[in-house]
Design a protein around this ligand. Structure first.
Ligand code: DX5
Ligand code: ZN
Length: 219
């Protein structure tokens, strides 16, 4: 039985009102909050760091799915663990020591995820699949919300799902970028079960939009 999870991306929220934004998320039935950490170097945009995550933790008991788009994320494992992150998902392109970095995340007591950019082949993460709780296949180039879903990424999701099957593993497959009530169906069909959505959800009718994603998953 596949467990489908919806992960609203706080990147599209009102940054001056994280507490009320978290409340709005908690009033729905979503499983995760997706928290995008950007350093202005790995990606052109800058968001915030572990300090802000620690403050968010004071206002929410939700599962914090932290997506790090920073150079050498292994430098901040302890900080994010202490801030209350539940999972740290790091880019294979962001460190020459992906295996060690994932080990470090697990040793700090968090779940570990690995991410690939649209231009990165699945083979790049094949040798760390045994270590991870989640593989994130980016469906846009990271850095900004509101970009168009890249449908060609679906064959990569299929490939990750096939490798998981062949190796007898059980990690989740997440997609991030351009997810709405239509594209979520393509991602589900390809084998994804965790769906990040930012600009689609953070509108006045947040609750109804979560319900629309849920409904699309039931189709
Ligand atoms: C982009 C981020 C995403 C972003 C998705 O680099 O990783 O999590 O918030 O935004 P949408 O859903 O608007 O494409
Ligand atoms: Zn993200």
């Amino acid at each position: 039985m596949v467990k489908y999870k919806i992960a609203p991306s706080i990147l599209s929220a009102d940054y001056a009102n994280f507490a009320s934004e978290l409340r709005r998320i908690e009033e729905t039935d979503v499983e995760y909050v997706h928290i995008d950490i950007m350093d202005g170097q790995f990606v052109p945009n800058i968001t915030f760091g572990a300090g802000v995550v620690a403050s968010m933790r004071q206002h929410s008991k939700l599962f914090f799915d932290c997506h790090l788009m920073i150079v050498n994320p292994e430098r901040y494992v302890e900080e994010f663990a202490q801030a209350g992150a539940d999972m740290m998902t790091i880019h294979v392109e962001s460190t020459p020591h992906i295996h060690g970095a994932l080990q470090k995340i697990k040793a700090a007591g968090m779940k570990a995820g690995v991410v690939i950019n649209p231009g990165t082949p699945v083979e790049m993460v094949e040798s760390v699949l045994e270590l991870v709780d989640q593989v994130l296949v980016m469906t846009v180039n990271p850095g900004f919300g509101g970009q168009a879903f890249i449908p060609e990424m679906m064959s990569k999701v299929e490939k990750v799902a096939a490798l998981r099957e062949a190796k007898g593993l059980a990690f989740d497959i997440e997609v991030d970028g351009g997810i709405d009530h239509e594209t979520i169906k393509l991602a589900k069909k390809a084998g994804a079960n965790v769906f990040v959505a930012g600009s689609y959800l953070f509108k006045d009718d947040f609750k109804a939009r979560v319900a629309a994603l849920r409904e699309a998953l039931n189709d």
